[in-house]
Design a protein around this ligand. Structure first.
Ligand code: NAP
Length: 233
């Protein structure tokens, strides 16, 4: 199997990539920081020498970067099984007082990136009439919360995009899922003074995604909602 994972060098994307690699899935991974990505690529290659790993420093909000990433994938692979649109950024703020341009910046990474990458890779899925698409939404896609601001707007939009795709692709053998994690340990939470058990582990999100691949062709998990056992923060 071949999988594309964006934002793969840290946090949830890293956990998903590691789990896929451990299952023998070939990977095409990206993130912006080349040094971090190269280091992760090297670690994966050492641990899983039998899988193929393609990596490229890509900013998903940059159309020409995305085009180059897709060209690299096309030049190596003739089929694609899984796309995980995971890359995303969080900028805290409130709609009425966040900096000018916050919504635009967040939309470009959290919504336009997944939209354009999915469209560019869609020929694989349509030709095969199978495959899996996961969009990393958030519980912030489901309700607004203090300091969520434009982040919440973009995660609602990503869920809207996911629902449109699901409706379009349900009769084409392609499974589309929205993943809604609550608070999950990652860089975003660095320095926050909370007990470890108050947040989920990135590996929990990866495991939930993998469950989808174990279902029969007639079933799909449309919405995958995960929360810390102790509830939202
Ligand atoms: N952690 C949570 O509590 C939580 C909860 C709900 C939803 N989520 C969502 O889960 C996803 C992953 O979050 P995370 O907490 O794992 O974040 P993270 O630890 O900050 O990791 C984000 C990853 O995405 C990459 N990235 C960021 N911006 C990018 C861009 N423009 N283009 C390409 N790659 C980019 C980062 O690498 P570079 O910096 O090198 O680009 C990194 O590899 C996000 O969509 C986030 O909104 C997280």
């Amino acid at each position: 199997m071949n999988a594309v994972v964006t934002g793969a060098s840290k946090g949830i994307g890293k956990a998903i990539s590691e789990l896929f690699a451990s299952k023998g899935v070939n990977l095409a991974i990206c993130a912006r920081n080349k040094a971090d990505l190269d280091q992760f690529h090297q670690t994966l290659s050492t641990s899983y020498p039998d899988i193929e790993i393609l990596s490229m420093a890509v900013d998903v909000s940059d159309r020409s970067n995305l085009d180059q990433f897709v060209q690299m994938i096309n030049s190596h692979w003739t089929h694609l099984d899984i796309l995980v649109n995971n890359a995303g950024i969080y900028l805290p703020g409130e709609v009425h007082q966040e900096a000018e341009g916050t919504l635009e910046t967040l939309m470009e990474v959290n919504v336009y990136g997944p939209y354009h990458l999915t469209r560019a890779l869609m020929p694989y899925f349509l030709k095969q009439q199978n495959g899996y698409i996961f969009n990393m939404c958030s519980v912030a896609s489901l309700f607004a919360y203090p300091n969520g601001g434009s982040y919440s707007i973009t995660k609602f939009a990503l869920n809207g995009f996911t629902k449109a795709l699901r409706a379009e692709l349900l009769d084409k053998g392609i499974k589309v899922s929205a993943v809604f994690p609550g608070a999950t340990w990652s860089n975003s939470w660095k320095g926050v003074d909370l007990p470890p058990e108050r947040l989920m582990e990135a590996e929990d999100v990866a495991k939930a995604i993998w469950l989808q691949l174990e279902l029969s062709p007639s079933a799909v998990m449309e919405d995958i909602i995960l929360r810390p056992q102790l509830g939202d923060l």
